[in-house]
Ligand binder design. Structure first.
Ligand SMILES: Cc1cc2nc3c(=O)[nH]c(=O)nc-3n(C[C@H](O)[C@H](O)[C@H](O)COP(=O)(O)OP(=O)(O)OC[C@H]3O[C@@H](n4cnc5c(N)ncnc54)[C@H](O)[C@@H]3O)c2cc1C
Length: 423
């Protein structure tokens, strides 16, 4: 992935190259996209005995899956209060259980397939305003009382120096069940596991269209795939491939930097217990240490095509608000990625006709949820739709204005909330 100036691309080690599709192939299932969604789907489907091909426009993990913060958080993108209110307590409970299962699935895949991806335990959720402390503390009790979840503690301001040296926060939740990892190594590990399970992965094989029917013919520049089922796993990179699902997501860009390797003193100031961290801002700041003691810090996003010309400088200002002691630390890498959000921030799963499936819109919570999506689609295609349908049947709406006009209003809204973070 040489064109992405990410720490991940430079530290992932030698990458297996998968040859492009040339000529015609016939399989049970064709998957478009080799991020976590596509790769986990491929692996779980192959384990059920299906013949599977994955077509990827660029390379494995080229999309958000190779560029993200690597936080593997429990729960859903929306908290349990929201889920209970919107969908009722039974569905909220089902979604909570799935959130825990998603993190467990990531951990199980890593152990089963011996994926070396710097897996570490724990995420700290930090209140950037004192008024959020009570909410964080109450949520700890709510999860304990209603979901029997014991692996989260509230951390008072006085105890924050046990975790980090920063004056920017007022309290935190310490979530000991969530984990964090090197996202690109994880994607490559999933690809290797899928290939070993018999999946054909084709890189540099952009899907340009398909013809529907009981057999679907999927077209790339140099070959076609005929399949009984098609799974669209393109998320924020889908562009115009399937206009019927485009209006349900909005692609947004998010940005990350990696510092030079920090001294032990500075690394301890950033994260004393090597937990990942994120804060309560609408545009979340999130960070963790890499295996070689760099700060990997995500902060700032934009809502248009294209990235800022100086990504390092764009993200650095957010980092310095939290850690002014890094003023003299060199920034070695800066990169961006595109993710898809939905209006209600819940994933958008579904089916077009009988045999075109889509899994998208993880809204920044895709490391666990896209991995679980692969398990759910394998169940669904095998005829067990219940768990897939728990998500696909959540009420969802298109962005106002449809595909063409969704931008101005939404962008204004996002910018308004982003501005509120900063004042
Ligand atoms: C900067 C950033 C930070 C993030 N941090 C976190 C985090 O810390 N924790 C978390 O849970 N989530 C995070 N996310 C979100 C998470 O990374 C995504 O939700 C997840 O990776 C989505 O996986 P995916 O496989 O669905 O999509 P992607 O990984 O984006 O993969 C889609 C793939 O489809 C391919 N594709 C698209 N169109 C075609 C076509 N026509 N033909 C062939 N291939 C095609 C693309 O090339 C791409 O490789 C972050 C996202 C970004 C961008």
């Amino acid at each position: 992935m040489p064109e992405v100036n990410s720490y991940y691309a430079h530290s992932a080690g030698p990458q297996t190259a998968y040859p492009p599709l040339v000529g015609d192939q016939c399989v049970d299932i064709c998957i478009v996209g080799a991020g976590y969604t596509g790769l986990s789907s491929a692996l779980h489907l192959a384990e059920r005995g299906y013949s599977v091909i994955v077509l990827e426009a660029e390379s494995v993990g080229f999309g958000a899956s190779g560029r993200n913060g690597g936080h593997v958080g429990i729960g859903q993108r929306k908290d349990q209060y929201y889920l209970e209110k919107q969908f009722g307590s039974a569905i909220a409970r089902g979604l909570w259980d799935m959130g825990l299962e998603a993190v467990d699935t990531v951990k199980q895949l890593i152990h089963k397939h011996e994926i070396q991806c710097d897996l570490k335990q724990g995420i700290l959720h930090l209140a950037h305003r004192s008024k959020y402390c009570r909410e964080l503390e109450e949520e700890v009790h709510h999860l304990r009382d209603n979901y029997q979840f014991e692996q989260m503690e509230y951390v008072e301001a006085a105890a924050l120096p046990n975790f980090l040296d920063s004056q920017a926060y007022y309290g935190a939740q310490w979530d000991k069940a969530s984990v964090h990892l090197h996202p690109l190594k994880y994607a490559q590990g999933l690809a290797k596991a899928a290939a070993e399970a018999g999946v054909t992965i084709c890189e540099q094989s952009k899907v340009v269209g398909y013809t529907e029917g009981s057999s679907i013919v999927v077209r790339t520049a140099n070959g076609n795939v005929t399949a009984s089922e098609l799974v669209l796993a393109c998320n924020g990179y889908i562009e115009k491939l399937e206009p019927r699902i485009n209006g349900y997501i909005m692609p947004i860009n998010n940005f990350v930097l990696a510092t030079e390797p920090l001294s032990d003193t500075l690394a301890a100031a950033v994260s004393k217990q090597d937990t990942a961290m994120q804060d309560t801002r609408f545009v979340i700041n999130y960070w963790k240490l890499s295996a070689d003691n760099r700060l990997i810090f995500g902060g700032g996003e934009n809502y248009r095509r294209g990235f800022p010309s100086d990504i390092k400088g764009f993200v650095r200002k957010y980092m310095l608000q939290i850690y002014p002691q890094l003023e003299n630390s060199k920034i070695d890498y800066g990169w961006g990625g595109t993710l898809a959000i939905t209006l209600n921030r819940m994933p958008h799963f579904g089916r077009i006709g009988d045999n075109i499936w889509h899994l998208q819109g993880y809204s920044g919570h895709g490391v666990p949820t896209a991995t679980l999506a692969g398990k759910l689609i394998a169940e669904a295609i095998s005829g067990k739709l219940e768990r897939f349908d728990l998500i696909s049947s959540l009420p969802t709406r298109k962005f106002p204005g449809g595909t063409l006009l969704r931008w101005p209003g939404m962008v204004a809204g996002m910018l308004y909330f982003a501005l509120r973070d900063r004042i």
